[in-house]
Design a protein. Structure first.
Length: 307
């Protein structure tokens, strides 16, 4: 299996802000890869460098072996990008927009593929509607369609489901899974961590412009083998003995970290001894949100989560 995208020591600064600090990363052909991080971590800057919208101050980026700076035209042809922003031309219908997008890549008579995209994104009924008359969710569907219209082997989805309804989200992922199954490489950035956990075979996490985690999704979850205990306290505060386990607290609801089921009885014993009543409790398996939060808080070293 070859390399679809290669970031090699990519650095980018905007004035005094170091947006990227030497990010190196390879994404294999046919991979469904998740790029995660809090706001300001450098995700969109990295995607912008990949798409040729920003030029790295140092390092290089390649798409299927084509340098995005030295061989921009061919690299861009291999790439389809769905941006975060709702950017559209208000003078054209949905179908006209997709035909024009096809023309940018020198593609004519593309209506059969356009019709298939429209159907899969539930846009057929809106095909002849002017773009400015669409809702925000519909406009986002058109952005996805524009990214796919030239059948790129590498597809980048930058927060594609932000602000859209559940039905669209499910339909979009069904279509994207199909494309991935046909060999397309998918790169996803999202704040919906359950999406990344379900869809992505491998995940990279950025923090302050640096790659702080890179591993298979299943491996990341295995490394964080603890459980999360959510308690709603009926009376009394959290005993001091349990404070080191505290992950978060909102009013009477406390989230505690446990290494395993065996520690549950000791937690309950500490609560009984302190006279704390428990109104409700729930024990959860580790999930990607737990991994993400601990990494962003610096509770785990970078070396612990990179193969």
């Amino acid at each position: 299996m070859g390399t679809a995208v290669h970031f090699d020591r990519v650095a980018k600064r905007f004035g005094s802000l170091q947006a990227l600090a030497g990010v190196s990363l390879e994404i294999a052909e046919g991979e469904f890869f998740g790029l995660l991080g809090p706001n300001g971590a450098g995700k969109t800057t990295l995607i912008s460098c990949l798409a040729g919208l920003a030029r790295p101050d140092a390092g290089s980026v390649r798409v299927l072996g084509r340098d995005v700076v030295a061989d921009y035209r061919e690299a861009r042809r291999l790439l389809g990008v769905v941006p975060q922003e709702l950017v559209f031309d208000p003078f054209f219908s949905v179908r006209e927009t997709l035909r024009i997008q096809s023309g940018y890549f020198g593609i004519r008579n593309n209506d059969a593929w356009i019709d298939e995209i429209l159907e899969n994104l539930d846009l057929t009924a809106k095909a002849d509607t002017n773009m400015r008359r669409l809702s925000g969710g519909m406009k986002r569907r058109v952005l996805v369609a524009q990214a796919l219209v030239h059948r790129p082997p590498v597809i980048v989805l930058d927060e594609p489901t932000a602000g859209v309804d559940v039905e669209l989200r499910q339909g979009l992922w069904e279509f994207i899974r199909r494309l991935n199954g046909e060999g397309h490489t998918i790169i996803l950035t999202t704040h919906y961590l359950e999406e990344a956990e379900t869809l992505c075979g491998r995940i990279g996490m950025l923090k302050q412009g640096q790659l702080v985690a890179l591993d298979e999704t299943a491996s990341l979850l295995r490394q964080f083998s603890g459980h999360t205990l959510t308690l709603r306290l009926g009376q009394g505060g959290l005993p001091a003995a349990l404070v080191p386990r505290l992950l978060s607290r909102e009013g009477a609801v406390c989230r505690l970290r446990l290494a395993g089921f065996a520690e549950l009885e000791q937690v309950l014993a500490d609560l009984r001894q302190a006279g704390c009543g428990v109104a409700d409790l729930k024990l959860d398996e580790p999930d990607l949100e737990e991994v993400f939060v601990r990494l962003m808080r610096g509770e785990v070293s970078r070396e612990a989560v990179q193969p």
